[in-house]
Design a protein around this ligand. Structure first.
Ligand code: SF4
Ligand code: SF4
Length: 417
């Protein structure tokens, strides 16, 4: 008797989707209303109907390696019109959380940073690490510990060099996990789209130079302007808050790099040249930092309000992971501004603990990039790039691999509908 092909459901994936707010998935009866309603779905590869089917079947790896999951911005338009109340927007959101865990390395960190207790524990552990570094620094400088004498100056408590060592260690882990996750994701979505070497079966890799100019840069520009995000109907106002948060991160990142160069390099090389921190309030870098901090708090507060309103209306469901990211970003912004205000007020007994709290929140947020909902930064950008590149490959406008190898590759077609 011939063996029957059987689909083996990934039960851990199904459980993960259910727990992350996708427990309505089995109500779907494949009417395709959602794919028609979705303002971001394309004719070439409509979603989210097919993802609902794959999730029902428990095809964890297939869904995790589906670029379309990341083209969704969770606007809730499809959820509003689904005749079965299967809540496809929420299911896709739950799939994304599980996709992040699927690509996370080490996975234990993803499990920790996707729970409220785990995030609070990481903040406390980071604060402890900062205190240890500060204590060691006080032994070296012979400054009092934990509260240095005199006017509040944070680099008396913890100069930038040891804290840089701490943050660079985190950066190393974040960079490793991010690059590994993105490369694996790219490989999976290329294979899923049929873009693979017909001889080896390996995923297609494009030629790098033109690829950066023609596909990566337009995707980055689209993200910086939120052009696609603005097409969402039900939660269109979310784009504004999200844009504020995105730009505040960019501003604060640039400012941090400038201050690091100034304090870690220039102030040491040229001790009498006036490169000391803290910067004066009228210094352009300080002004930019303050603007970035206010934008961060205002933007995340807009997102919080929108999420509360839309959750109350039933348009979207908010998972623990949604709230973790919102409150962690809020904690970073508020603790940063509080540390600045208390420093200016010169209240040492409060200033140093708040500064340590701020550093703990920043370290945790930074660490969570490849492990939490924050990873949408990585995977959505990759999906944007892949979408336009794959479209050109299908249209014969782009090759992949080294040009001399192009003949050895073939587009196998995408069987998704
Ligand atoms: S999720 Fe709802 S709208 Fe979409 S195919 Fe299923 S039943 Fe239809
Ligand atoms: S939530 Fe919005 S973007 Fe996502 S699939 Fe539904 S309609 Fe499309």
């Amino acid at each position: 008797m011939a063996e029957r092909n059987q689909v083996q459901p990934d039960l851990a994936f199904v459980k993960g989707v259910m727990e992350a707010g996708g427990d309505t998935v089995n109500r779907c009866y494949q009417c395709a209303t959602c794919s028609i309603i979705c303002p971001l779905s394309t004719d070439e590869s409509p979603f989210p109907r097919k993802e609902m089917l794959w999730a029902q079947w428990g095809l964890g790896s297939k869904v995790a390696g589906d670029a379309d999951v990341w083209l969704c911005h969770n606007c809730g338009d499809c959820t509003k019109y689904c005749p079965r109340d299967a809540r496809p927007g929420d299911v896709l959101s739950a799939i994304r959380i599980n996709a992040v865990k699927h690509y996370a390395e080490p996975k234990a960190l993803a499990n920790i940073l996707n729970t409220a207790g785990g995030v609070i524990g990481t903040v406390i552990a980071s604060m402890f690490a900062v205190m240890v570094v500060a204590f060691l620094w006080s032994l070296y400088t012979k400054e009092a510990f934990p509260i240095p004498e005199g006017t509040v100056v944070y680099h008396k408590f913890l100069t930038v060099i040891p804290i840089d060592a701490l943050y660079l260690s985190i950066f190393g882990l974040v960079a490793y996990a991010s690059i590994k996750g993105v490369l694996q994701f790219w490989s999976d979505i290329s294979k899923g789209a049929g873009l693979r070497d017909s001889f080896t079966g390996k995923a297609a890799t494009p030629a790098m130079g033109p690829f950066l100019v023609k596909y990566v840069w337009p995707a980055v520009k689209e993200i910086l302007t939120h052009e696609r995000f603005k097409k969402c109907g039900e939660t269109a106002e979310r784009a504004t808050g999200h844009l504020w948060v995105l730009w505040s991160f960019i501003i604060l990142f640039v400012v941090t790099i400038i201050v690091m160069i100034q304090a870690d390099v220039l102030a040491i090389l040229f001790p009498d040249a006036g490169f000391e921190t803290p910067l004066a309030q009228y210094h352009p870098v300080k002004i930019a930092a303050n603007v970035g901090a206010v934008m961060l708090i205002a933007g995340i507060w807009m997102l919080r309000n929108m999420r509360n309103k839309k959750t109350a209306e039933g348009t979207i469901t908010s998972s623990t992971q949604d709230w973790i990211l919102i409150w962690l970003i809020f904690a970073v912004g508020v603790s940063g501004v509080a540390a600045e205000i208390i420093r200016l007020a010169d209240v040492a007994i409060l200033a140093y603990p708040v500064y340590v709290l701020h550093l703990g929140c920043v370290a945790t947020l930074f660490l969570s990039i490849p492990y939490s909902k924050f990873a949408h930064l990585l995977y959505r950008t990759t999906a944007y790039v892949h979408e336009s590149w794959a479209r050109d490959v299908r249209a014969g406008k782009a090759g992949f691999g080294l040009e001399k190898m192009v003949t050895a590759w073939q587009y196998e077609g995408k069987d998704v509908h």
